[in-house]
Design a protein around this ligand. Sequence first.
Ligand code: CP
Ligand code: NVA
Length: 311
Amino acid sequence: MSPGPSLIRHYLQFKDLRAEEYAYVFERTREIKKRFKNYEKYQPLVDRTLAMIFEKASTRTRVSFEAGMYQMGGSVVHLTTGDSQFGRSEPVEDSARVISRMVDLVMIRTFEQKKIEDFAAHSRVPVINGLTNEFHPCQILADIFTFIEHRGEIHGKTVAWVGDGNNMANTWLQAAEILGFKVHVSTPGGYEVDPKVAGISDTGCYRVFKDPLEACRGAHLVTTDVWTSMGYEAESAARDKAFANWCVDDRMMAAARSDALFMHCLPAHRGDEVTASVIDGPQSAVWDEAENRMHVQKALMEYLLLGRIGG
Ligand code: CP
Ligand code: NVA
């Protein structure tokens, strides 16, 4: 049922797909979302199984992949560190060899990117990154689809990143390089993005600002994330101090374009990285952004498993 090894496409980083493939996946997302909204059954993945491996907590990623797979006619197996041999140091290569003989697709949320890369190298089936310390490609896929739905093309636009130089920031940089937009990045000292870690070759796709207000000036989209990502909890007190001025507030939104959107991958902490007035305000697209996780991932799973429909 699964393609041979040479045909396998993984989605481990945003740059694993090309710009024209994103155009196709977004077109499929629009179609799949329309069918969902019309209560039309669309089940191209009957008899396909997705294994989901979570080494960190999740609400959106779990629900969107699990609901999405069932809606497409398939089924899911849910594993966590605590209830599988993942938490008992079975070599990741062995887990990959075994799991990928029984399912058609694997989604993993884990710590180091290397772990998911190692898993993919020994997997017979496509592997999707559901978040690592370095990247969160499915989230940016949803964010960009949401931007396009609300405002049209993202090519040539400016995205302001306010906060940690983390997995989300790295993925925005990869997306900017591939899809041709600019990221204005403002982080506290010591939490900067590193183009090597982000895996970009064109440093012209982003610009660094000391002052978060300046990063937001003229932006089409303002976005942020938690001050302390999963896995970094021990640094939380130091981060609370360092990030105090990196809270997206009404002043920052006023510096952006008047039609600027606000996004946040969620979960959010009102009063820390964003004020309630912004995240619950008229420019916020966070609920559409969260819902779109499911629609884009359905299109992504369809693409990785079936290729281009009718083509
Ligand atoms: N945005 C996101 O990935 O949310 P979860 O951690 O709830 O999956
Ligand atoms: N940067 C956050 C994103 C959560 C969805 C984290 O890694 O915890």
